[in-house]
Ligand binder design. Structure first.
Ligand SMILES: [Ca+2]
Length: 166
């Protein structure tokens, strides 16, 4: 998978790959959008992808957006994205892990804080990547973003870091 230094302007030299349609430029057809979440016109202002990028996801209060599942191995330690939300707002980040039984387990891995405008998120630990070895080397994980009631968020450019060294 091709990787890019998507956050280099923010002193983060890590190589990242894009989550499935993580830049919403394919219209979020592979995302699961619930309770009003939708692809809309308008890119994250930093536009770390192509200059022609023009789509992002809007998450009205109480809505959620979930990526397609990806294969997460032990080395997939962190994720990062761009988000815009109200100051003092919170956007929850969950990992949805398909267990051996086929059931999906939801693990809260982060809560982004709003700044009132587009901003790069903190680096979020995926955490469940540590289970990969007990799942035969990789597990199926979808990333879910959940807006609190009465808070409208936008997200764009969801990236996963496959190489980060600690
Ligand atoms: Ca975009």
């Amino acid at each position: 998978m091709p990787t890019v230094q998507a956050f280099a302007p923010w002193q983060d030299e890590a190589q990242y790959f894009l989550a499935p349609d993580g830049d919403i430029e394919a219209g979020a057809g592979t995302w699961i959008l619930e309770d009003g979440a939708a692809a809309i016109e308008g890119d994250a202002t930093s536009q770390v992808g192509a200059a022609s990028d023009h789509m992002s996801l809007q998450l009205p209060g109480g809505s959620s957006a979930t990526t397609a599942a990806m294969c997460i191995a032990a080395e997939h330690r962190t994720l990062r994205l761009f988000a815009a939300g109200p100051a003092a707002g919170k956007l929850f980040v969950n990992a949805l892990v398909t267990m051996r039984s086929g059931n999906v387990r939801r693990i809260r891995i982060g809560a982004l804080e709003g700044t009132g405008s587009w901003a790069p998120s903190p680096i979020v630990d995926i955490r469940v990547n540590e289970w990969a070895d007990t799942f035969g080397g990789a597990l199926s994980v979808a990333l879910q973003f959940v807006a609190r009631n009465n808070e409208t968020w936008q997200i764009d450019d969801v990236y996963v870091d496959p190489y980060r060294m600690h």
